[in-house]
Design a protein around this ligand. Structure first.
Ligand SMILES: Nc1ncnc2c1ncn2[C@@H]1O[C@H](COP(=O)(O)OP(=O)(O)O)[C@@H](O)[C@H]1O
Ligand SMILES: [Mg+2]
Length: 283
């Protein structure tokens, strides 16, 4: 049980299934917490925040800057702003994984849409281009051949922000109709699910369903190492398995959605996260 002077906050604008469950778990444990809504949050240099903040903000930039500002004001944020910075950006994630020697699909970064043609030639077709920041599979685009790339890269060049002109190019891994999601909390893998879908992007947000996957030692070790590589204490690590059974780390999601995982398992993920946040607040 937490001391009455320990202060915990849940940072979230939209309170979805996951946030509701986490808040309910804190309530069940008799732990008081504040709900910080980033839509009305201002952090200035005279704000002193003796808080442990569980970051559940959906929007990447809002999550990142809120975490950074709260840390400046003295709060401990789960995950840290640094972890959100890396895991929220596909290139920074790839770079962190490669630095630790972890297997990840072959990736090239082109500094302009024009240069992306060379990146695609190096990676080979079919390939995938992705926005550096994004989720739910949005704008993740498979490119079958050079002729298609011409049109897609013209569209990329027409996007408004300079960051969108940095093109992340990746080999298309020939996987089954599924990928593997491993949940990691505090350096431990809780379990895994297959996310299986009709389309090649197996995001639950695109209709994929989560089915229980027996967590092997290999999955667990890889996922824990990937979470650590980006500095995330709480993470959903996506693994791809190619036709030969070879595993790569695709990405690390901080502020992870876990509804599908929780439905597929007996594990009360919200309670695990809540108790982890409590322990961190007391530490
Ligand atoms: N290189 C790839 N090879 C095969 N499938 C991929 C590849 N990249 C992405 N996918 C599929 O698309 C989905 C979304 O891609 P991902 O990189 O995880 O972006 P997001 O952050 O939007 O979820 C993945 O879950 C996977 O099913
Ligand atoms: Mg993903």
């Amino acid at each position: 049980m937490m001391n009455s002077d320990t202060r915990l906050a849940v940072l979230a604008s939209r309170v979805r299934f996951e946030e509701k469950q986490i808040m309910a778990a804190l309530d069940r444990r008799g732990v008081s917490f504040v709900h910080l809504d980033p839509r009305s949050l201002v952090v200035s240099d005279d704000t002193r925040q003796d808080l442990t903040v569980l970051n559940r903000e959906i929007g990447h930039y809002r999550a990142l800057y809120a975490a950074s500002a709260l840390e400046s004001a003295g709060a401990a944020v789960l995950n840290t702003a640094a972890a959100t910075h890396v895991s929220g950006d596909k290139w920074l994630t790839t770079s962190a994984l490669m630095a630790k020697g972890l297997p990840t699909p072959r990736t090239a970064l082109a500094m302009t849409p024009e240069a992306a043609h060379d990146a695609l030639d190096q990676i080979g077709y079919p390939a995938v281009v992705k926005p550096l920041v994004g989720s739910w599979g949005r704008l993740v685009t498979a490119i079958p051949d050079r002729a298609t790339a011409v049109g897609i890269l013209e569209h990329v060049a027409a996007l408004p922000s300079p960051q969108q002109h940095i093109v992340y190019v990746q080999e298309l891994v020939e996987k089954a109709d599924r990928d593997i999601r491993v949940l990691v909390v505090g350096g431990e893998a809780l379990g895994a699910t297959y996310r299986r879908g009709d389309e090649w992007r197996t995001n639950v947000a695109r209709g994929a369903v989560s089915v229980k996957c027996d967590l092997t030692n290999v999955h667990a070790k890889l996922a824990v190492a990937a979470a650590e590589a980006v500095g995330a204490e709480i993470a959903g690590v996506d693994l791809l398995e190619d036709a030969d059974g070879h595993l790569t780390v695709l990405e690390v999601n901080d502020r992870v959605e876990f509804r599908g995982f929780q439905d597929a398992h007996e594990i009360d993920v919200a309670d695990v996260i809540a108790s982890y946040a409590i322990a961190r607040a007391e530490a």
